[in-house]
Write a protein that binds this ligand. Structure first.
Ligand code: AMP
Length: 188
């Protein structure tokens, strides 16, 4: 079983690369952002609550997201592995993920981190906002807040995985193809 955390700031290309990786390696794509947006679309109480945070670029509380991920893992115990995209986003989530996977006997193999500078990220997000319909990609203040939240709350996970010897940086400024090749080298 391969369990990979695909890490990086908003707009780094996690979703794009996840799609390709799951196709090649037959892994399950576990994107907490996608699950939350699906809940919101269905108008569930969870989705409505999540929207209060998503629309401001804030993080949805840990217990909600951890519960969602635990359900998804437990529904797929026979999977070849998972690509975790947009999760964990706090050290609390990272610790919870370690505990959940410890129970399955298949811990995280690697954290692959897409490294992209903020000017490029802003450009990509605004461009994506034109087609995705995602309100959080269309407003520069929300985008700036997402970077702040990323730097304050998510970036400490780099040290968390480094301490486990599992952190691998990948240059995310390259073309989609080149980034994909680099990621595959880490997975093969
Ligand atoms: P994403 O699609 O990963 O960019 O996530 C979009 C939004 O969903 C984020 O800005 C957060 O508001 C929320 N979200 C997604 N994943 C998480 C997570 N692991 N923890 C907390 N909030 C999350």
């Amino acid at each position: 079983m391969k369990n990979i955390v695909l890490f990086g700031p908003p707009g780094a290309g996690k979703g794009t690369q996840s799609e390709r990786l799951i196709d090649k390696y037959k892994l399950i794509h576990l994107s907490t952002g996608d699950i939350l947006r699906a809940e919101r679309k269905e108008g569930t109480p969870l989705g409505q609550k999540a929207n209060e945070y998503i629309s401001k670029g804030e993080l949805v509380p840990d217990d909600i997201v951890i519960g969602m991920v635990a359900n998804k893992i437990n529904e797929n115990l026979d999977a070849k592995g998972f690509i975790f995209d947009g999760f964990p986003r706090t050290v609390t989530q990272g610790k919870a993920l370690d505990e959940m996977l410890h129970k399955t006997g298949h811990p995280i193999n690697k954290m692959l981190a897409l490294e992209v500078d903020e000017d490029e990220l802003t450009k990509r997000l605004l461009l994506r906002g034109e087609t995705s319909g995602r309100a959080d990609d269309q407003d520069e203040a929300t985008i700036r807040n997402r970077f702040k939240v990323y730097n304050d709350e998510t970036l400490p996970l780099k040290e968390f995985y480094k301490a486990q010897g599992k952190y691998y940086g990948v240059d995310g400024m390259n073309s989609i193809e080149m980034v994909f090749d680099d990621l595959c080298k880490h997975l093969d």
